[in-house]
Design a protein around this ligand. Structure first.
Ligand code: SF4
Length: 352
């Protein structure tokens, strides 16, 4: 039997790369030079590379080894393309500050999107990226433009190195016609608490039942740690949001999700609930995602039995397996009950 090699959970989930690649162009920026010196002093091997999109030299004989090594590899580059990807329906554009994440969640969407070697990429030309955002905002006037900062990453683990998120938050704090949003599972957020956000950034936490996190979201903070971090963010006056996904059905799920809401209720005092949103998504998978998960996590205990699911046709010719209708109704009833009991004032963006 193959064994999944996962590192033991780090106490603080601080991301320290095992190797760093840097594009020569990144050294033309102060941040690039600072990061090179920083990692050199820390004794982390640095290789100069041609392009942040074509990295060779990440070890790993199997797909699983390659994946785990990539998750410990940091690439420092310059974001070149002028255009941003669109990000519908939640935002107009993705704000490209970071790609990938050191977490190892078995159902991560990046497993399908970033291929077999999802190494972390950070961009040092933050001012240029924000200048481009400014141009988009201008083009959309008088409408408001919304930017999403976590479309292809969890941007928090590398924030300690770049400060990019804080810079973006403060940039949007100054914009009258734009808003910013991002989501994280990480809790290393203290540097963001003092940022001058002016209420224009929605800081969202991706949370789940403690059992689900423990079982499937390897190398990420626990449920209580995330809720505690959310309490700090709300105290700092940010509009706050929770993404509860994927909601899973298993023995004891009702009790576990009830405990999650009880913890949110315990931490978020009434005055911290003024601008609160919830997004809820039940577990679903595509055939392709299932194949990737089985390759990287051969011992996964994720329930991906197609026979017990309902097939839903997708827009681009591939469909997904969702819970059958009766199960969906059970989830809906339970989650709506919890929302009503604990957070009747919150805005529920969707429950799917
Ligand atoms: S924390 Fe988010 S981005 Fe990172 S591995 Fe988990 S699901 Fe993927």
């Amino acid at each position: 039997m193959t064994t999944t090699v996962l590192e033991p959970p780090a106490t603080k989930h601080i991301f320290v790369p095992k190797r760093v690649f840097i594009e020569p162009a990144a050294l033309e920026y102060e941040l690039g030079r600072h990061l090179r010196d920083y990692f050199q002093t820390a004794g982390i091997p640095i290789t100069v590379t041609g392009s942040h999109n074509r990295i060779t030299g990440i070890p790993g004989k199997t797909a699983q080894e390659g994946f785990l090594e990539a998750k410990r590899t940091l690439v420092i580059g310059v974001r070149k393309g002028r255009e941003f990807q669109t990000c519908k329906p939640s935002a107009h554009y993705q704000l490209p500050l970071v790609t990938s994440c050191p977490g190892k969640c078995e159902y991560c969407y990046l497993l399908t999107n970033l291929g077999k070697k999802p190494y972390l990429r950070i961009y040092v030309n933050i001012d240029e990226i924000l200048d481009r955002a400014k141009a988009y905002i201008k083009e959309h006037l008088p409408r408001e433009t919304v930017f999403e900062g976590a479309a292809t990453s969890d941007p928090v683990p590398v924030e300690r190195y770049t400060g990019a998120l804080k810079q973006a938050i403060e940039f949007f704090g100054q914009q009258e016609h734009a808003r910013f949003r991002f989501v994280t599972k990480f809790t290393d957020i203290d540097t963001l608490l003092a940022a001058k956000h002016n209420g224009r950034t929605r800081f969202r936490f991706s949370i789940n039942a403690a059992t689900v996190i423990k079982k499937f979201e390897h190398a990420t903070p626990s449920m209580t740690e995330r809720v505690a971090a959310a309490g700090k963010v709300a105290t700092a006056g940010y509009p706050l949001g929770f993404l509860i996904a994927p909601i899973m059905i298993y023995d004891g799920w009702r009790q576990d999700y009830s405990e999650l809401f009880a913890e949110l209720d315990r931490v978020l005092k009434p005055d911290l609930r003024k601008d609160l949103t919830f997004e809820l998504i039940t577990h679903r998978f595509t055939r392709r995602a299932k194949q990737n998960i089985e390759e990287i996590f051969p011992n996964s205990q994720l329930d991906m039995n197609e026979e017990q699911r309902q097939f839903k046709y997708g827009q681009f010719g591939y469909g997904k397996y969702i819970y059958p209708k009766e199960s969906m109704l059970e989830v809906r009833a339970h989650m709506e009950g919890l929302l009503q009991k604990y957070f009747p004032e919150a805005k529920v963006e969707y429950l799917v």
